[in-house]
Design a protein around this ligand. Structure first.
Ligand code: HEM
Length: 131
């Protein structure tokens, strides 16, 4: 279980960094031919979030946070797919900033969930479960 959490978290972290690096280069007008790759990596990023949610439910810990991660994992791709059509023109930077913020929050949530499942608190149901 711990290995699965560690591996998922490591992949999630690496993909997150790649998404930010690609995104920042798009922002500066570079590597625009890799937008599709960015979108595919974004889907893998979302899959890692789902995997962490499943691991949280199997471990029986941090269920509340797992639900928040699940909800956020739906917002990330919906906004990501829609963003090219939102607020075209001089205000588009607002959409871009929102997309980055949503992605950064997703990274924070995913890492927090992984930390919580790997080290359940003393009050976690996992510790008090019998049989
Ligand atoms: C399924 C998930 C995702 C999809 C579908 C997606 C899609 C896109 C698209 C279509 C662009 C616009 C490229 C352009 O302007 O031509 C973009 C840009 C960008 N993405 Fe993502 N993305 C996803 C996840 C993420 C995540 C998780 C992060 C950060 C952790 C991120 C960071 C960025 C940044 C910084 C940019 C450049 C600024 C911008 O145009 O918003 N993306 N993304």
């Amino acid at each position: 279980m711990k290995a699965a959490i560690r591996i998922t978290r490591a992949i999630f972290g690496l993909i997150g960094l790649a998404l930010i690096a690609l995104g920042i280069s798009f922002w500066s007008g570079h590597l625009l031919s890799l937008v599709r790759l960015h979108m595919m990596l974004g889907m893998l990023f979302v899959l890692c979030m789902w995997l962490l949610v499943v691991l949280a439910f199997i471990a029986g810990s941090a269920r509340g946070l797992a639900v928040v991660v699940l909800v956020w994992s739906v917002i990330v791709p919906i906004f990501g797919m829609a963003q090219l059509r939102l607020l075209p023109g001089s205000r588009h930077w607002l959409v871009q900033a929102a997309h980055l913020l949503i992605g950064l929050i997703a990274m924070g949530l995913g890492h927090s969930l992984a930390r919580r499942i790997a080290a359940p608190s003393a009050t976690s149901p996992v510790r008090v479960a019998t049989g």
